[in-house]
Structures are given as structure tokens and as C-alpha cells.
Design a protein around this ligand. Sequence first.
Ligand code: SF4
Length: 609
Amino acid sequence: MRGYMGKILRIDLTNEKIKVESLDQTIARSYVGGRGLGSYLAYREIAPKVDPFSPDSSIYFITGPLQGTLTPFTPKFVIINKSPLSGSLSRSVCGGGGFGPGLKYAGYDAVVIKGKAKKPVYVLIDDGKVEIKDAQKYWGMTTGETQSAIKKDLNDNSVSVIPIGPAGEKLVRFSGVIVSSRAAARGGTGAVMGSKHLKAIAVRGAKSVCVADIGQFRKLLEETYTTIRENPAVAKRIELGTPGTVAVSYSSGILPIMNFSRSTFEGIQGLMPEMVRDTLYIHNESCFGCPIPCGKLGFIKDGPYKGTVLPGPEYETIGLLGSNCGISDIRAVAQANYLCNEYGMDTISTGSVIAFVMECYQRGLITDKDTDDMKLKFGDPEIVMTLIEKIAHREGFGNLLAEGTKRVSEVIGQDSHKFAMHSKGQDFAAYDPRALVGMGLMYATATPGANHSFGPTLTAERVGLKDMLTHKEKGKLNRKEQNKYCLQDSMIFCSFSRFGMDERQQLRFTNAVTGWNYSDEEATLIADRIYTLERLFNVREGFSKADDNLPWRCLNEPLPDGPAKGNTVPLDRMLKDYYEERGWNQDSGMPDQETIERLGLSDLVSEYR
Ligand code: SF4
């Protein structure tokens, strides 16, 4: 099998059994790798209604055919698990530390971990040899400390380590894996690892990945590097990174302000891209082998957080821990980002739950008695820092917040669900759907809930349709964008590969590496198959059309100001078009039998009901 190592590593931590099985060629061709392969395995192996923290639930670390080939924009790997936030299937993608290519070089396409170790452990995959090692001395360490300590103990700075922090150990539902400043955190990956007493996985190896058509591969490389050199947007992306999006997002009314209650913010100048660049950046950083170093290393030069060295912050973090909490000092956002990274928490859900309780406090739904005597005011950086510490350690009020916005709103009650900004329990990213309604449909229908990276519509709506405020064409657009991301996550290209190639070029690379000659039609069929299979996983868990929903605020409370003033999200109308596009039932949201058969899923569905 060109592009693949042909092996899946399976580890049961309960009885310390290690097994290697062959990767089935037909399955690899039908699901490609990454998200597709992981969703297929999870559908077969995670029993319906199993608790995400149960030893019986598995977590999947998966590569695709391109990792390790030096195809541009492919340093990433995918984690698939059942989300402790939403109970749905979840996928996270991470490019840090070279783990994706490293796993291939160590000899495996995927690692599947189930069970629960008696005491903290980490897994070392060393050029094919696998060990379950004692990790008691690392338990309690931050993500940065864990990476350094394991590298030091192995006497190898080049080993790739993906760790969790204290938040994952404490089962904070939005904790994740943070590696070399990059996060795979949105689906509670850290908590699932913590529930298994799994502190980290470390990989190294010297095997190579075979490419089917090396001549074509070289030609594609030349084309792609030429495109990157000639694309004027690349220099801007390298200069500003993802924070460059803040300006366009704010001017379109999309950036969330104070728990998505408005679109204008007096402190916005403090968060603008040039301010972020001039205040923080010291140099650019890239993921393993990437030609566009969009990451930033920052340094806080003055003020109360002086001396902190940190990666980022990225756009989503500025939106959620900055404007959404009313914070206008980028140094405070950076410090909050640093704490979340070290404790191992998703900055999006952390900012979202903090902004939510700030609004609850402002409305008098909770008081000092509930908040450990803290006065939760929007715009107070110290409150944000204190809450992050408390959440990470599940201390006092932080123990409740560690459950995530949906569960917190259920405890607070008093109609607070109306402004709890999540879908299926997954917090909104930094896009207010009232100013970008296609994104609202994406939040409502994405497999794990409101995850921005399941087919964001920002570029297509702004540049292509130029219509961000109505239902028109959003059903079709969402299927197209979701499918694009589905394939991208299965071949495992970074979503910023758009700066150097389009979907066709991605497919050409995959064909050159695997020799499979996927046609455009087959690629669309595979994307539909994977997305529908994820849907079927959720249906088996009890999800239905009622869960393809948005908070009351988005549907009933028009934006009070900004460019989208007066707009709400026309969700019902968009859902109708979307279900039609997908071949899903209009009343239940369940894939039609005809769709299941067309996508070749009938046998799988009848065998694993
Ligand atoms: S474009 Fe940025 S995020 Fe994507 S692989 Fe390159 S450095 Fe990493």
C-alpha cells in the first residue's frame, strides 16, 4: 500500500495488551485515512450510549496517506473520540510537534487506545517497538513541562510527545492535547486521555513512506511551491497570522462581543492585527515542514504579565478570551492563552463558559455566593485568569465551569439557556451567526456541534455569494464546505493549504502518493459517505433534528448594532434545503435508506446497529 504503513496499533491499558493489525486496503480506499478512517473505526467499535470516560470507549490517533511524504501542509494528525461535552462523535486536528509524520516513521498509520491504566502511564512508540511506561512522575505537570521532561528522560529532543495537562487529568470536559503550541482540544480529547490515566504518547522512528508516482509527485511539488511564491496573500498571512482575520470579522459584525450580545466594542483597537503584531510577536513558527510559517512566538514585554513567552494567540482565542469576555488588552488575552495551553484546555470553550457566567452575573442569575465571592464583570482580566486556574484544577466555582457551558446553564436554570452559546454542547467559535448565517447552519449541523472547522463558510459567503445575511444557497454551500473539510481531514491537509492549493490539487497529491486515481466524483461520494456515517453515529446515540439547533439568542434576539443590526438566523429554512442536499429525512434528520445504500453504508449500519 503506497502512502500507508499498513498497520494499526491497538493498546488496551486495562490489561496492558498491545496488538498490531493490518490496515484493510478496501477500507483505506473507501475512507482515505484521518477523520474518515477514524469515524469508520469508531462507528464499529464504540458501543452505543457508552460513557466517553468509560474504559470501554476508545480514542483514535490517526494519520493519512500523505503524512511523512513531505507533501506541503500535511504535518497534522487527527484524534477521533466520543466527546464528553456533547456525547457526539468528535474529531480534532493538530499539527504540533511532528506527531503525524512521526507516527508513520515509527511504523503505524493509527493508534487506538482503550481501557484504563491502574496508574498514570505514557505510551512510547519507538521505531515499531511499543512500551507502556510509568508516568506517575509527570502527573500534575503542565503540557510544556511534560514534553520537556519526557524528552529529557529519553535523552532525545527530537522525539514527538503529545501530552495532556492538569485539566485533562481532572476531566475538564473541554481539555485537550496541546503540543508545541498547537491544540487538539475541541472534543475533550484531554479529558478522555485523562480518564484512561494516559498522560502522553511519544513517537520516533526512521521508516519511510512509499510514494506511488514520484515523477508526478515532484511535478505537483513544483506547481504548489510556485503558487505559494506567487500568491500575494501568503506574505500577509505570514506577517499577521490568523489574527489578521480580526479586522475583517469585526468590520462585518461577526466578531463575538460580550457573550455574543452585540457587535460593537469600544476596546477593539487593542485587538487589531497590527496591534497584536507590534505588541507581541518576536518570530514566526511553522508546523513540521510547512512552507507557510503562520504561527507566532510572542513575548509579553510589559505590564502585569511581563516576561511570559507564548505561542499565538490565534484568531479564535482573541475572539473568545478577548472581545467575548470584554477584554481589550492583547497582553491579557495572551496570558490567558498561555495558561490554557499549559493547563491543557480549549481556549474557545474556556472563553465561552467564562463569558456566559459573566452575563449570568450581570443579569443577577448568579451572585457572589455562587462565584466564590468573585464579581464577574466583563472586561476584568484578573477574573479571567482566576477562573482559568479554578477550572483547570476544578476548584470551587471552577468545578462547575469545567462541565462546559451547556451543563452550567442547566444548573443555573432561569432561562439562561437562551444565551448559552453552544450547539449540541459544543461552544460557538468566534463567528456570530446572525452576521454570517451560513455559519449558523454549519454550527447546527456539524457532527460535534458548533465546531468552526467542520466547513466554515466565511470566505465563501464573503467572497463568493456576497450574501451573509439570508438563507439563500446556504444548504448547498454547507454541504459543499463540509464535504471539502471532510476530505481535507481524511487526507489530512491543513485548512490553510488554500494559500497554496485547491481541492483538486489535494486530490492529485493523494493520487500521486497512493496510486488510487480517485476521480472528483469518487471524492464527493467519499465525503458524503464519511459525513453521513458520522451522522449515523450520532443518530445511534439518540441525536435527531431537534439537536440541529442554535441558542434562542441567535433565532429570536436580533443583533442590536453593527453591520448586521436587526438580523437573526433563518435556521428552519436553511435546514430544509440542507437536508434535501444531503438526502436526509425532513422530519427526523435521519439519513434516508436510499442515501445509506447509495453511499455503500448498508452493511455497516445493519451490522453495528
Ligand atoms: S499553514 Fe500554519 S497551521 Fe497550517 S501547517 Fe502551516 S504552520 Fe501549521
